[in-house]
Design a protein around this ligand. Sequence first.
Ligand code: NAP
Length: 493
Amino acid sequence: MNNPIFSNTEKNLEIAIIGSGISGLCMAINLKKAGITTFKIFEKADNVGGTWHDNTYPGCGCDTASILYSFSFEPKSDWTRNYPKQPEILQYLEHCADKYDIRKHITFNTEITGAFFESEKNIWRICTASGEEYYANILVSGCGQLNQPKIPNIDGLETFSGTQFHSARWNHEHDLKDETVAVIGTGASAIQFIPIIAQQVKKLIVFQRTAAWVLPKLDFKFTSFIHWLGKTFPLTLRLYRWLLYLVHEFLVIYLTIKQNNIVGKMISALLDFQRDRVIKNENLKSILKPNYAIGCKRVLISNDYYHALQLPNVEVVADGIKRINQNQIITKNSGEYSVDTLIFATGFDTTLLSAIKIVGLNNQLLQDKWQDGAEAYKGIMIPGFPNLFMLYGPNTNTGTQSIIFMIECQVNYILSCIKMMQKNSQKYLDVKSDINSEYNEKIQVAAGQTVWNSGCSSWYKTKTGKIVNNWPFSTVRYWLTTFQANPKDFNFS
Ligand code: NAP
């Protein structure tokens, strides 16, 4: 940085970033592009990638098309297919880390457990799980929303005598062949690995609590001609990216925001028709029919899920789980299922930043401030927590748009804040409380009118129904919202 706002040494950092997933890498690369190299990334794993490092279950991939699921500044012309799989996405992120020489800034195998704002010096004291302490003027969280696997509290789970693991911590050492395997959950993760393991196991029992809306997946391999085209005429890549953005944006508005609209109704009717055509068994047809408006929960995409559920060795149980007794799963209507392996595809604890103790001004604990649900200014800053920036924070998830778009908007906004501090030699930036409240009132009014509030449970909201994860407008509006920081929004020390 031309005008460092803090002396940058091994333990005294100008900028500390938590996590080297998509968010952390995007922040780091853009800091470098802006000429700022005085930052360190703390990563709890032994490699970059975040969610794409943690999730390695069979068939793991992204529901956003590859050309759109990449940084705008680092297009990739040789994706192997339209919908990328986890190894290729991880490879892409590794490539970005290497190309922009980010690894030298990363301290791997280092988990941050606490961050405390020391107001006398305007710095964050950052504590690691191994007891080390670092200091940073600016703290950026790249922890995201989906990194704490959630295991449900099922009676008797501790007595389970077989093998068990969560989809985000797949046990590749364990061979499922010839086993009876139970999968609990039928969300975005389950729908990807069920068709694959169904072909390997002796018997697969899928415990479904709520049926999902499943869209067909427009997946195809990219031929060498497509690769040649993208490489020779990069504009074609750009145009395809724009087209994908517009299609996703259309889905954001009509499938995941607006309630009761004609497009949502037409798509639901088409999906009902298609499902009834593909599923032969009447009982299965009724089990798999969603009983809530499309978009209320995450819309899934797959071409092989319904086929897998009809294989002779697969059974779908729509009865709730009552308890587990050794190797038996007992359902509410007294079904008993003996299983060898239990796979939890039960999603994540989406309480933001819950794994880190964050203490701001006046010793305020972030978890206390957020006891009624997380909220932040533009999803990025929290009053009373100066110089703390969040990537993929509250109300920044989208139902169907590329999350990378949202993250790039946030990085742009954070950079404009940092440049503002740098320009005025400020060491302290705290968003005004009233500005934040006004902003979040608007978010909640808009969120209350979306399809997410139309009568279903989902990870988009708290137990009391406050929608804390999703952005309730178009993503174009988010781009405009985060275009440039306004000095009037902040208190400067
Ligand atoms: P999820 O969408 O939260 O799904 C969890 C599943 O577990 C749901 O079917 C849920 O049922 C069920 N469940 C939870 N607790 C249960 C219990 N006690 N008993 C029975 N069933 C229970 O989790 P996920 O599939 O891991 O996906 C999480 C998010 O990660 C996605 O929404 C998406 O944003 C992201 N993701 C994306 C991709 C992709 O791009 N392809 C892939 C994987 C994940 P209910 O519906 O009834 O709650």
